[in-house]
Design a protein. Structure first.
Length: 179
């Protein structure tokens, strides 16, 4: 079995079946994404894995250049109430954290997961990295690392669009940087 096939078997074992391999060079990083975090997101400064606690856009770009293999994971869901999103996100992010650990233990020392949404491993987050309750498991979302998720997933052939209300199906994405 090739190394890629072994990783895919691991993804399936962890119940992640909707994914695509990408070249990390195709990850689009943009300054405007950080501005959207800074002006317009109520998690700015309130989640220990969100800006301003994440690296600068330049550092993020350099970080992605360290990798040559990555996978995008797709999750589709519609919810009855906006607050229902959090429980769904928490479960997915906890499972993604376990997958990162399994990929690391399979010998991919650089394995690093970007969660599907802001880190929601705890019911209530904190406003600084130093206070993080699960520092070994906490990971940022792609957008917290300056990734233009729209452009990146469209390049990978996945669907994404601006939604008008919560009854519409969300298309959310996590990214695993492998090696
Ligand atoms: S692990 Fe908990 S405290 Fe740390 S960033 Fe995630 S939700 Fe916040």
């Amino acid at each position: 079995m090739t190394d890629i096939k072994k990783l895919e078997a691991l993804f399936h074992e962890h119940k992640f079946t909707d994914f695509r391999w990408i070249d990390p060079k195709d990850i689009v990083v943009a300054q405007w994404v950080r501005m959207k975090c800074r002006f317009g997101c109520d998690e700015y400064g309130r989640n220990a894995c969100c800006p301003p606690h994440t690296p600068s856009i330049e550092e993020c770009e350099r970080f992605f250049r360290d990798y040559r293999t990555a996978a995008i994971f797709h999750f589709a869901k519609s919810v009855d109430k906006p607050e229902d999103r959090h429980a769904w996100t928490r479960g997915i992010n906890a499972a993604l954290s376990k997958l990162e650990q399994a990929v690391f233990l399979a010998g991919r020392v650089k394995a690093f997961m970007l969660f599907m949404d802001s880190c929601t491993l705890c019911a209530k987050c904190v406003s600084s990295r130093a206070e993080c309750k699960k520092p070994k498991l906490a990971r940022p979302a792609p957008e917290a690392m300056g990734i233009d998720v729209f452009s990146t997933v469209l390049k990978a052939g996945y669907p994404i669009e601006v939604l008008n209300d919560y009854s519409q199906q969300m298309n959310r994405y996590a990214i695993l940087l492998v090696e």
